[in-house]
Design a protein around this ligand. Structure first.
Ligand SMILES: C[S@@+](CC[C@H](N)C(=O)[O-])C[C@H]1O[C@@H](n2cnc3c(N)ncnc32)[C@H](O)[C@@H]1O
Length: 204
């Protein structure tokens, strides 16, 4: 029998506290390398967690809108970034399942966060994300695949390769890595099945 885990706000607050000290995730680091200096352009960190990728984006010159539903997000992200200029960093506590709008952006990063909005909410969230990408904007996301150990949890999204690919129709896909491997998770070792994707809105 598969054990279904319900991951609530306290779980994520604890998880995010445990992340202090790690480096920015490779997908975010790659986005930053691909586009060079943010030069004051607008980035969004969706499901920003501990704020480590928010900090990396700020350091690369991006202005960042960071959001997450976990309690304590604002304090956690402000502590991680040391950013005091409200013109450079906005932090909001938002449940992505109720997301109906976002600022327009030149880069949107959602690191291991979108699967948790669940299958009923992902389509609307995805529409908002796509609608807010400016021409030439970068999109970097991690999605879960259907062979993942956690697949079967009805509160989370697990996709087949073609469904994952279809999300990026009309965008220029620069990276579409399907990864399957056993490895560590916060809750112990598991089988990971992920799609790590970098795409770009065409400039027309
Ligand atoms: C695995 S963590 C990833 C955090 C961070 N991006 C990272 O890479 O460490 C998942 C994040 O998604 C957030 N999250 C889960 N469900 C959410 C929801 N419905 N709305 C907003 N954030 C959510 C959690 O609070 C958590 O910070």
């Amino acid at each position: 029998m598969r054990l279904i885990t319900v991951r609530g706000g306290e779980h994520w607050a604890e998880y995010n506290d445990s992340q202090q000290g790690r480096a920015a995730r490779p997908l975010c680091a790659e986005l930053i390398t691909l586009d060079g200096d943010g030069a004051g352009r607008d980035a969004i960190d969706l499901g920003c967690g501990a704020g480590i990728e928010t900090r990396a984006l700020l350091s690369a010159g991006w202005r960042v809108y960071a959001t997450d539903a976990a309690p304590g997000t604002r304090e956690r992200v402000l502590a991680a970034t040391d950013e005091t200029d409200p013109a450079r960093l906005t932090v909001e506590v938002t449940d992505l399942r109720t997301l109906r709008d976002l600022p327009h952006a030149d880069l949107i990063y959602a690191g291991y966060s979108l699967p948790y909005v669940g299958p009923n909410h992902l389509p609307a969230v995805w529409r908002v994300i796509r609608a807010r990408l400016r021409p030439g904007a970068w999109l970097g996301v991690n999605l879960f695949g259907e062979n993942d150990s956690w697949a079967g949890n009805p509160d989370e999204v697990f996709l087949g390769a073609s469904a994952a690919r279809a999300l990026f129709d009309g965008l220029d896909v620069l990276r579409f890595d399907e990864v399957e491997e056993d490895g560590p998770a916060y809750s112990g070792t598991k089988h990971w099945h992920t799609f790590d994707v970098i795409a770009r809105m065409p400039t027309m």
